[in-house]
Ligand binder design. Structure first.
Ligand code: ATP
Ligand code: ZN
Ligand code: MG
Ligand code: MG
Length: 469
């Protein structure tokens, strides 16, 4: 990318989250990810823009030096910070403004600093040595937390039975964040049992919220931009998907068609999520097992009788297993962490200069990772122990909030790629790649808020599911 020859006409709105806005190049497989700031305080955004470079560099370092070693070389693309002409950024921001969903407009894109992250466009295939035949398809899943807390610091028993996502649904509905309840349960997706995973994926397709998006040729064709603006027509989706799964067969139509095609899609997603994509398959496939008792959530609608038989575990190097292991660094739960956070805060109150030495807010260099690996689990009462737990918790938070991108492209008949790069469906062959995105460090200062929110979610769940007399 030549930053001095940037033309806003070559870029278009791609999507956004809570923290950043993404534009994609119309031809090349590249995106720019800009920071966003609250709209109502322009003074503040000027100040934040001054810190934008450091902030973005921290994101790159954290993805590269902390998250990549946990999640694996093949899944993480950390990108780089680029400095762009301010004129280009302003023109671009005007251009994308009309495309943005209303519910996201409480924040504005950073147009003052000129800095952004440049990343590969992960809606496109990452294995570039094949001629792409036809537009790539991409499934984005934000799986959320896949285990029940096992910490003895947990005070509310319900947290050992019902997962965070399922409990949070009740509060989100009451707050008006979403209009309909999702029946997706992350524990089903992370179970490694194909039936349960299919059930989870069906529920995501039924009610995508911000946990599922599907792109064709980089364009959103299924999922929500916003609670008011959702593309969720399964018949329409089927029309898009048919050429990928039934390339030669124009005959498949009628009422069975949607079900058949959607089942093919679900099978492909399940296969990709369980594969060791990109890594060589040597020897036996070791499995990651979560002990039986914590492997399912009471709020899941999956059939109980099947559940008893259906515990499989995840192949050790598959993307779900990597994400789950990083999530499980949160092994004291927010309830066990909050007092440790207070210990750090008290120490920093007395010795403010130590904040830099303890690398609370970065820099996230190679050393940080080694420190986090250290798994000494006894609290020896030190600040070092507390800092390590806080940092492990932050890594887990990032892993609970990331998204998986599965890119698929029809495999040309004359190509013979490595077997681990292809998924065979009943009537077609697809080349695929799996990546993980949104690996930003979560702010240290957010921990008290997380503690409060946890209490709110649990209390609200208990109140709203109480059997009324
Ligand atoms: P969140 O609110 O989930 O924390 P965020 O503000 O941190 O989101 P991202 O999740 O990184 O932002 O980006 C928002 C959306 O933009 C993603 O959900 C994804 O659809 C798209 N996106 C981000 N990075 C890429 C990329 N490298 N390639 C393709 N699409 C991307
Ligand atoms: Zn659940
Ligand atoms: Mg995100
Ligand atoms: Mg994010």
């Amino acid at each position: 990318m030549e930053v001095d020859k940037m033309d806003e006409n070559e870029w278009k709105y791609h999507g956004e989250g809570n923290k950043s806005l993404v534009v994609s190049h119309v031809e090349h497989s590249q995106v720019l990810r800009f920071l966003k700031y609250p709209a109502e305080e322009p003074g503040k955004s000027h100040k934040a823009a001054k810190e934008a470079f450091g902030h973005l560099q921290n994101i790159v370092d954290f993805s590269k030096n902390v998250m990549k070693p946990f999640l694996g070389e093949n899944y993480v693309h950390h990108g780089e910070v680029v400095h762009l002409p301010l004129d280009f950024v302003r023109q671009l921001s005007l251009k994308v403004e009309q495309e943005r969903p209303e519910s996201r407009c409480d924040k504005v894109m950073d147009i003052f600093s000129g800095y952004a992250l440049c990343l590969p466009n992960l809606t496109k295939l990452q294995t570039c040595h094949f001629s792409e035949s036809g537009p790539p398809l991409c499934i984005e899943i934000k799986p959320k937390c896949g285990f029940l807390p096992f910490s003895s610091h947990v005070t509310k028993d319900v947290k050992h039975r019902v997962c965070r996502f399922c409990m949070h649904q009740h509060l989100k509905l009451a707050n008006g964040k979403w209009k309909r309840m999702s029946r997706y349960c992350p524990l089903d997706l992370f179970s490694g049992n194909k039936q349960r995973m299919s059930f989870a994926l069906k529920n995501l397709l039924q009610e995508a919220q911000n946990n599922l998006k599907i792109f064709k040729n980089g364009e959103l064709i299924y999922g929500c931009k916003d609670d008011k603006d959702c593309l969720q027509d399964l018949n329409e989706l089927t029309q898009h998907l048919k050429p990928y799964f039934f390339p030669a067969n124009g005959l498949i139509h009628g009422p069975h068609c949607t079900r058949t095609v959607i089942n093919e899609l679900i099978n492909v997603i399940t296969t990709a999520l369980l594969s060791n994509s990109g890594t060589c398959r040597t020897g036996e496939i070791r499995k990651l097992h979560i002990s039986e008792g914590r492997a399912h959530c009471d709020a899941s609608h999956f059939h109980r009788d099947i559940l008893r038989k259906g515990h499989c575990g995840l192949p050790k190097d598959c993307v779900l297993s990597k994400i789950l292991q990083a999530q499980m660094l949160d092994n004291v739960d927010i309830e066990g962490l909050h007092p440790l956070y207070n210990r750090v805060e008290q120490y920093l109150g007395e010795f403010p200069k130590e904040r830099i030495k303890l690398q609370i807010d970065g820099p996230y260099n190679e050393n940080c990772f080694e420190k986090l690996r250290n798994s000494q689990s006894e609290d020896d009462g030190t600040v070092d122990y507390a800092v390590r737990k806080v940092q492990q918790y932050r890594v887990a938070m990032t892993a609970k909030d990331c998204s998986i991108m599965i890119a698929l492209s029809p495999c040309p008949d004359d190509e013979l790629p490595e077997p681990n790069l292809v998924i065979q469906t009943s009537k077609s062959r697809l080349i695929y790649s799996v990546s993980i995105l949104d690996l930003d460090p979560k702010p240290y200062e957010n921990i008290p808020h997380q503690y409060k929110l946890d209490g709110q979610i649990v209390n609200f769940y208990l109140k709203s599911t109480q059997v009324k007399p």
